[in-house]
Design a protein around this ligand. Sequence first.
Ligand SMILES: Nc1nc2c(ncn2[C@@H]2O[C@H](COP(=O)(O)OP(=O)(O)O)[C@@H](O)[C@H]2O)c(=O)[nH]1
Ligand SMILES: [Mg+2]
Length: 277
Amino acid sequence: MGNICIIGPRASGKTTYLAGLSYYSDYGGSSSKYTVSPLNDESRELKQQAKDTILNGLSLDGTGNYVHTVDDLIYYSFKIEVKGGLFQPRSVILLNVRDYPGEVFENILYASGADNIHEEFINECLISDVDGCLLLFTEWESSKDDFYSQLMSRFLEIMDEQGRLHNYRLAVVMSKCERGEIWPGRIDPETDLFGVYLKKTLKTLKKRIPKQNLGFFALSTFGVLGRYDPRPNRDDAFGSGGRASTLRAPDSWKPYNLIEPLCWLNKESGLTVKVKS
Ligand SMILES: Nc1nc2c(ncn2[C@@H]2O[C@H](COP(=O)(O)OP(=O)(O)O)[C@@H](O)[C@H]2O)c(=O)[nH]1
Ligand SMILES: [Mg+2]
């Protein structure tokens, strides 16, 4: 039962993921494979916000950029209990997450020197009581592959400096996977998403991270319209920060794979727990 971080570039869906994860266990009722208990005020508020926004067709506001120290960032803390099944034990995950604005992650490439606050944020994700990290990616154009791959090289360098290259799990996730072009790739994301669209990034990660510490996933907080209706459950709208997507049919909300990467990251349950949310 350890700490897990979530990082990813701007607008990769981090805050929406957390909001959806925290609220879906109530919304899905007994069909949810897990329950989430918020452990602090910020988490309770996010869960409430999820109810007001995701289900009512409004979008969450973007995470602000005006942060000067790690302590300026919102901190969420959740206890997640994954229900046991016939062949799987019940497991408990503690998810402690600072809500980093995407810039923090992207700037590790550009910033340098003593005032490198971005590295300070990343270092916090790599301290010894953190077991691993959920890394959210959202774009797949080939121009992005170069950028993500450079970003990962730098991230791996920092991991190495912190002595975490061989003892840190990385769940590499393609978010918003309900999008039509990538939905079929969700079944084997390593081969059909990262291996097709983000080849360099995949190679960079595989070169340095031990196989058992590297997992590839696809998830979608929004999901598709139904089991036999693969159209995205999504409407594009404009939010305060530009383009923003919201749920198209809140009554049919069924997120995809929210909990699986967390179960994999969670040391205690390791690879034995496979749960679809
Ligand atoms: N299509 C789609 N859009 C999503 C999904 N999750 C989040 N978004 C949208 O992506 C945008 C950025 O999400 P946000 O959570 O603010 O990203 P963050 O900057 O990483 O915290 C928002 O407009 C969300 O509505 C998803 O599962 N599918
Ligand atoms: Mg955010």
